[in-house]
Ligand binder design. Structure first.
Ligand code: C2E
Ligand code: CA
Ligand code: CA
Ligand code: CA
Length: 277
């Protein structure tokens, strides 16, 4: 049994070392990814839950590594955060996304995901807003999605609040992303002035299998309504999930049922009723 334990420990060490090697490699390769044009954006539609008309798009970052293939953002964003590269990447994402949105119908919103590290960089909010203006994208079309771990504590919490204030003063909206998966959802909801909540797709996926997930989703929609905040559900894949969300009064939906993330939808992309109803 002792030898077993030692073996397990060795395997565990080996796995950790392997992961650390991968991280070091990704950090090094990521530095060249922009210049070598390995990064690109995809856009996923967000629809009005009642009409299914498209109201905007969320941008997601993709990295095509020459040897390792497609690397998921969940893997390389944390690497970018730790190496400090996230600031440069974030501004690159904003530029690309604004260039795309400049071609769309002007009533369509653009949602960007933001990392905590980006919020802490001084002048970040101003830099993003001025880039939007340079591209001719009205700042009132912008939505910034932040996860709860981005809200932090202490001084950093103050910096995040200040960035929110600057963005909202320009007419942009702040979305609490991955709602329900964080550690202090309700106190964050109280302290930060959110315009919208996005229910994490883990709850939507379990909507019909777990009573508790259904209850959480239903309650979150009611909570949003009573706070006067819009609620969007992500990861909607089936008509049955859509029907339930509509019944409970969810404002907006996003997911494979409406559309997968894809290349820039292009000039004139406009709200239209999708084939579903
Ligand atoms: P997120 O913001 O919670 O994004 C939702 C994820 O669910 C995306 O994965 C999206 O492609 C996927 N998804 C959308 N609809 C469906 C569906 O119907 N079913 C299923 N199973 N999945 C769906 P993705 O693109 O791999 O992104 C993962 C995370 O990486 C994002 O989570 C976001 O936190 C982060 N991320 C992506 N792009 C950026 C970026 O430009 N900057 C930052 N800071 N983070 C990013
Ligand atoms: Ca998001
Ligand atoms: Ca999510
Ligand atoms: Ca996420």
């Amino acid at each position: 049994a002792k030898a077993d334990g030692r073996n397990r420990a060795r395997l565990f060490d080996a796995a950790l070392r392997e992961r650390e090697r991968l991280r070091v490699r990704l950090a090094r390769d990521l530095e060249l990814a922009i210049a070598w044009r390995q990064l690109h954006l995809v856009f996923q539609p967000i629809a009005n839950a009642a009409t299914l008309g498209i109201i905007g798009y969320e941008a997601f970052l993709r990295w095509e590594h020459p040897d390792l293939g497609d690397i998921a953002p969940d893997l390389f964003i944390p690497v970018a955060e730790r190496s400090g590269l996230i600031e440069e990447i974030g501004l690159w994402v904003a530029d690309q996304a604004f260039a795309a949105a400049a071609e769309w119908d002007e009533c369509l919103s653009l949602s960007l995901n933001l990392s905590s590290v980006q919020f802490r960089a001084p002048g970040f909010a101003e830099a993003v807003l001025s880039r939007a203006r340079l591209h001719g994208v009205a700042t009132s079309r912008l939505e910034f999605e932040v996860t709860e771990n981005a809200m932090l504590v202490g001084v950093q919490r103050h910096e995040v609040l200040e960035a929110f204030r600057v963005l909202q003063a320009a007419g942009a909206r702040i979305v609490m992303d991955d709602f329900g998966t964080g550690h202090s959802t309700l106190s964050n909801l109280k302290d930060f002035n959110f315009d919208k909540l996005k229910i994490d797709r883990s709850f939507i996926a379990e909507l019909h299998d777990h009573e508790s997930s259904a209850l959480i989703v239903k309650t979150t929609i009611a909570l949003g309504k009573s706070l006067g905040i819009k609620v969007v559900a992500e990861g909607v894949e089936t008509p049955a999930q859509l029907a339930e969300l509509k019944l409970w009064g969810c404002d907006q939906i996003q997911g494979y049922l409406i559309g997968r993330p894809a290349a820039n939808p292009g000039r004139g992309a406009a709200p239209r009723a999708s084939g579903l109803s």
